[in-house]
Design a protein around this ligand. Structure first.
Ligand SMILES: *[C@@H]1O[C@H](CO)[C@@H](O)[C@H](O)[C@H]1NC(C)=O
Ligand SMILES: *[C@@H]1O[C@H](CO)[C@@H](O)[C@H](O)[C@H]1NC(C)=O
Ligand SMILES: *[C@@H]1O[C@H](CO)[C@@H](O)[C@H](O)[C@H]1NC(C)=O
Length: 427
């Protein structure tokens, strides 16, 4: 490893030193050289728009992340037009992969105003175009916590439609099989329906390549049994695709001990889960940070690199004891998993498409997916016998309605204050 990096640097070749690309096979991630890959990740969103265009900052952070033991970052918002070479290279040099959300503030799939159209597909595709060439791109999300209540389960076919179109786009461009998936809020009433639905029906062209769960159930001190993780595991045994925690790390009551890592990578869960992404790198108002770039300032303060009461750039200083607690947990965790050559992907189960229930999951079975350009007008989805049926999705209406929505910038599920963006647009 070291010597090959040194060699690549010595011959002064590519801007990005290659890490082995990662693929999803069965319910596991494997590097190109056949080793199973487990995520030890951090959520990384220093600024609202795109943290991956500041090479100097990425380089400083990458150095510290390496000592922390991280091998993956999740970034929620990027600017497809930005130059990402420097940051992607800095993270590759530190052995760090990236998982990136393709949606933007103006292109989220909105559960209360459902449509999936060419404008969204174009935006998501542009993000894929911008990042597909980096070997350390691990995966792409079509959405984060689009569904947060029972009745929003109607959005699920739209999530699958987005997956279908982005996978088709990826394949049409001849890109490598970059895993494309979804990051779900942890809604007890919808578990396991959503994770089953996104992997059901038997057509891989329409199913997620992985499922991420944002879960803050484990609050230290806790155990595998009393944390709720035993229930998560019960829904996940022999899952069809890789599943992992796309956000985790409860901060109440504190201090964070990150003992859930020993469960996720331990004998109960390690055969079915592919790791965890800890929320989050920067300390800000939600207080989930692992580092800070300086002391908090007044919320109204302005100045270079200051926004929302926090400095968002500079030398990262570990937050005590959280940083070292995570560091020592990860230092004891070195799962090897299974080699791809010894793994039988066919041994994982397929899932039934869940039936709808009154007041609960509202998508009845394997419904026909909305076509590109569809909006949703009904209050439930019924399975239609013909593959050409359109369910209750209709073509866009020309009626003009003002619609307001709000999304958490971070998508954090914990319900604590985080940066909220409120927007209004016309349809
Ligand atoms: C959906 O459920 C939420 C609470 O879970 C409720 O506030 C909202 O009114 C419901 N929306 C519809 C359209 O039924
Ligand atoms: C699988 O899904 C793709 C994309 O929707 C579709 O074109 C194809 O016909 C489906 N295959 C089968 C066997 O239904
Ligand atoms: C997609 O929907 C959004 C919101 O209604 C709209 O602004 C955009 O023009 C639509 N795109 C297309 C291609 O219809």
């Amino acid at each position: 490893m070291r010597s090959s990096i040194w060699l690549a640097a010595a011959v002064g070749s590519a801007t990005t030193l290659a890490l082995a690309t990662i693929e999803a096979v069965g319910n596991k991630f494997f590097t190109k050289d056949g080793a199973q890959f487990f995520i030890k990740g951090i959520a990384y969103q220093l600024v609202p728009d795109d943290p991956l265009i500041d090479t100097e900052q990425c380089t400083r952070d990458a150095t510290l992340m390496k000592t922390l033991g991280a091998n993956t970052l999740r970034v929620y918002h990027v600017d497809a037009d930005g130059d990402h070479d420097g940051c992607m290279s800095a993270f590759a040099d530190a052995g760090i992969y990236l998982m990136i959300d393709m949606d933007t503030f103006s292109t989220y799939i909105l559960a209360e105003n459902l449509y999936w159209n060419q404008t969204q597909l174009d935006h998501y595709s542009k993000v894929m175009d911008a990042f597909q060439g980096y070997d350390n791109l691990l995966g792409l999300f079509v959405g984060n916590e689009i569904i947060t209540t029972n009745n929003q389960s109607l959005a699920a076919p739209f999530i699958k439609a987005a997956v279908r179109d982005l996978k088709a786009y990826r394949n049409s461009k001849g890109y490598r099989e970059i895993p494309i998936g979804y990051s779900a809020a942890d809604i007890a009433e919808l578990r396991p329906m959503l994770q089953n639905y996104l992997t059901c029906g038997g057509n891989a062209s329409e199913n997620v390549d992985f499922f991420g769960l944002n879960s803050y159930e484990w609050c230290d001190p806790a155990t595998y049994q009393n944390s709720g993780y035993a229930n998560l595991q019960a829904d996940t045994a022999d899952f069809p695709v890789p599943i992992f925690f796309s956000e985790t790390g409860c901060i109440k009551p504190g201090p964070r001990l990150f003992q859930d890592q020993t469960a996720i990578f331990g004998p109960e869960m390690v055969n079915d889960w592919s790791g965890a992404i800890i929320y989050e790198w920067i300390q800000e108002a939600n207080e989930y940070g692992l580092i800070s770039y300086g002391p908090a300032v007044a919320a109204t303060a302005t100045g270079e690199n200051i926004d929302g009461g926090y400095t968002r750039k500079g030398t990262p200083t570990p937050k005590s004891p959280d940083f070292t607690n995570l560091q020592s947990q990860w230092a004891t965790i070195t799962p090897t998993g299974v080699a791809k050559s010894a793994y039988d992907a066919k041994s994982v189960s397929t899932r039934e498409c869940p039936k709808s229930t009154a007041g609960g999951w509202l998508v009845d079975g394997n419904v026909a997916l909305p076509s590109l350009g569809a909006t949703f007008t009904g209050s439930s989805y019924s399975a239609v016998p013909s593959a050409t049926g359109t369910g209750t999705a209709a073509e866009p209406s020309s009626t003009k309605n003002a619609v307001s929505g709000s999304r958490e910038v971070t998508g954090m599920a914990a319900g604590l204050a985080s940066v909220m963006i409120v927007f209004t647009f016309w349809l």
